[in-house]
Ligand binder design. Structure first.
Ligand code: HEC
Ligand code: HEC
Length: 333
């Protein structure tokens, strides 16, 4: 991932205006001399600053991480595949164009109408994609730690929530990925423009995590198990670390959700289940739908994907955990 032409153009601009500045310095007329030096100097400083930012951005995009790769072979039992398929509903929005299995990949920039900073794909996760050459350990590391097979950080991939997956659940996901029919094309490599690399300095969308190993889920049916699923489903990424709600900062990214520590203790289990089954709130209103001109459309909170990723018992455990949370005051919304 490196834009050679862009970097050379910036370099040439710095050299050109730098050279003109030395010429201006030699002029006899004082006014012309100082005016010329200041003007050409400024014209050299701007591309020089952009060059530094771009080089730093490309460095970040290509930086390598040496998180260990587990030496493991996933058995791929029917139970693992079924569990993995359930959890894999969490992957459909970014790894398919139409939201349906198989996870044969999509053009992420086009689907989510991202600014044209480069190319980025939600890669093909069927055996027809690049992962056919990845080991099970490399896949597990990609899912929980956001590290590509080659050691660079994945971008956007929500490893910060998927890192909560237990060893059993992440292995189930790998079993499901491998069980899909080979479909789609291998995913093209990403290319970032100069602008994309400069943008990395403002908003770093790398998702690399520290190594994860030896995670087991709490016993099913307990509040702790409910917390486990809340963590895996990523409720905190929109509702805040303590589920205390997030303020709308106008930044790109997931929509801010309201304070669940104030809301869920007022809800019955039935109301909670209805919300996840239909998107309908106790007052009869529904979660608003977001539609992009790319054709992508989803409720602002994708309750349908989350519903599909959890069993009834898991949703009930989530309710029990959330219902018992002490109220925390969050930001004004
Ligand atoms: C918010 C969007 C998003 C979600 C949700 C998501 N991913 Fe990703 N994932 C990505 C993007 C984007 C990339 C490519 C990143 C890159 O190339 O830098 C990626 C890359 C990967 C890769 C590396 C594959 C390759 O060929 O490079 C794996 C494996 C992966 N994701 C698995 C999963 C699984 C399993 C899930 C669901 C449990 C999931 N992802 C959910 C966005 C997402
Ligand atoms: C992608 C961001 C996102 C994620 C992830 C997310 N939510 Fe939400 N959630 C929202 C938004 C935004 C709303 C407000 C919807 C609206 O505009 O009415 C909301 C609303 C809710 C509500 C209704 C509250 C009310 O009275 O309006 C509940 C309950 C809820 N979320 C629970 C959860 C749980 C539990 C999880 C994890 C399983 C979760 N959410 C994950 C964004 C998210």
């Amino acid at each position: 991932m490196f834009d050679v032409v862009g970097v050379l153009v910036l370099f040439a601009l710095v050299a050109l205006f730098g050279f003109l500045a030395t010429r201006a310095w030699k002029l006899k007329n004082g006014l012309l001399r100082w005016g010329g030096v200041v003007m050409t100097g400024l014209l050299a400083v701007i591309p020089a600053a952009l060059l530094v930012l771009a080089l730093r951005g490309f460095y970040l995009l290509n930086q390598r991480f040496d998180n260990p790769v587990a030496d493991i072979r996933v058995a791929g039992t029917p139970e693992q595949i079924a569990r993995g398929q359930q959890l894999a509903h969490l992957c459909t929005s970014c790894h398919t164009t139409n939201g349906q299995f198989p996870l044969s990949g999509t053009n992420f920039v086009a689907k989510f109408e991202m600014p044209p900073l480069g190319t980025l794909y939600g890669p093909n996760l069927t055996p027809g994609g690049n992962i056919a050459d990845w080991s099970d350990g490399q896949l597990i590391r990609a899912i929980r730690e956001g590290v590509h097979k080659d050691g660079r950080s994945l971008l956007v991939m929500p490893a910060d929530t998927l890192r909560n997956l237990s060893d059993d659940d992440v292995q189930a996901l790998v079993a499901f990925l491998r069980s899909q029919p080979a479909s789609g094309e291998p995913t093209p490599a990403n290319h970032f423009s100069l602008l994309g690399a400069i943008f990395m300095n403002l908003s770093d969308f790398r998702t690399v995590q520290p190594p994860v190993a030896g995670v087991s889920a709490p016993p099913p049916g307990t509040d702790e198990y409910g917390k486990y699923m809340v963590d895996v489903l990523g409720c905190r990424s929109c509702h805040g670390e303590q589920l205390e709600g997030k303020a709308d900062t106008g930044q790109p990214g997931p929509p801010p959700g309201p304070n669940l520590t104030h809301i869920i203790p007022q809800w019955t289990e039935d109301q909670f289940m209805t919300f996840f089954n239909t998107g309908q709130l106790p007052d009869g209103s529904s979660v608003p739908i977001l539609t992009l001109s790319s054709g992508f459309s989803s409720p602002r909170m994708p309750w349908d994907e989350m519903r599909a990723s959890a069993t009834d018992d898991e949703l009930k455990a989530m309710y029990a955990y959330l219902h018992g949370l002490p109220p925390v005051d969050g930001p004004a919304q």
